[in-house]
Design a binder for this molecule. Structure first.
Ligand code: P6P
Length: 284
């Protein structure tokens, strides 16, 4: 897996350079989810594809920005599902954005995820990597290299941060009560509209909860299972937290019927997730 993580480190520096130097405008194309594509989305996708072309461990690539599967190496073991630049529309207002990588072995379902990683492009470039059975590892870039900051990232049982996603007027009543109750307990609102920095902050600041529920306008949620939800669920579970959907099911048990399927998702420390289960009536 280190070969794949090292390739992600190379990718991180190239995408960060593109963010710093390239045109932040839109292409005249849209991605598989029908979203307008930024030139940075396309460039980031190209950087990732080119980087993994030489890694024989990688059997195929599935990108959030494209339909279908790109086959690379017959002898490859892993399929990498990735969001090349999540939250890319935040780059033109100088907010942090990120890349997300899910490394799967076999069928593209939650239980076959064997490792994941994300990169945060912010005041510094930061990298989080996770493999089965180990706490996530946190790295920070300095002078062209990634240095290990923490080799065992762990969530507290209870945190202080609340990142409530989705259009509030379209939340159901019990979701609104759940979110408001946390604020009534003194939780701090931390939501930038970028999944990667928002989840990174909760992980590094000791805990809390990030929620992107199903809403009346988007009943199955907005975030994609293979590229965003499952890779972060893996990291949050490895960090001692939980990651579930609106039915209380582990997101690691998701079985997407289409590569671009989405899911309502809740990632957080145990106290907050258990509070959500109570609010949703899905406590085991
Ligand atoms: P909303 C960015 O577009 C993204 O896919 C995630 O990074 C982020 O968490 C979410 O959408 C934000 O969505 O509806 O709150 O703007």
């Amino acid at each position: 897996m280190q070969t794949i993580f090292n390739t992600i480190k190379e990718i991180a520096f190239k995408i960060d350079h593109a963010i710093q130097t390239e045109d932040l405008g839109y292409c005249d194309s849209s991605n598989s989810s029908g979203e307008d594509q930024l030139k940075l989305d396309v460039k980031s996708d190209y950087i990732i594809e080119e980087a993994f072309k030489d890694v024989t461990l990688v059997k195929s690539l599935v990108s959030e920005e494209k339909e279908g599967v790109l086959h690379l190496h017959d002898e490859g073991k892993y399929t990498i599902c990735y969001d090349p630049l999540d939250g890319s529309s935040l780059a033109d207002v100088n907010l942090s954005v990120g890349s997300i990588f899910g490394i799967y072995e076999g069928e593209l379902i939650g239980e076959n995820l064997v490792a994941s990683a994300y990169v945060v492009y912010g005041p510094r470039i930061e990298l989080m990597t996770a493999v089965k059975g180990e706490k996530p590892k946190h790295y920070r870039a300095l002078d062209g290299f990634f240095n290990l900051v923490c080799k065992e990232v762990a969530l507290n049982e209870k945190g202080k941060l609340n990142a409530p996603g989705g259009t509030q007027q379209n939340w159901c009543d019990y979701h609104k009560s759940f979110v408001d109750d946390l604020f009534d307990e003194g939780y701090r609102l931390r939501y930038s509209g970028g999944m990667v920095p928002d989840l990174h902050q909760i992980l590094l600041k000791g805990g809390g909860i990030f929620s992107y529920p199903g809403t009346s306008d988007v009943p199955h949620g907005k975030l994609r299972q293979l590229f965003e939800v499952i890779p972060f669920a893996f990291i949050y579970e490895q960090a001692g937290g939980q990651a579930i959907n609106n039915k209380g099911m582990r997101l690691m048990e998701l079985i997407p019927s289409h590569p671009h399927d989405t899911s309502p998702c809740f990632f957080g420390s145990n106290y907050e997730i258990n509070k959500m289960k109570d609010a949703y009536g899905v406590k085991a």
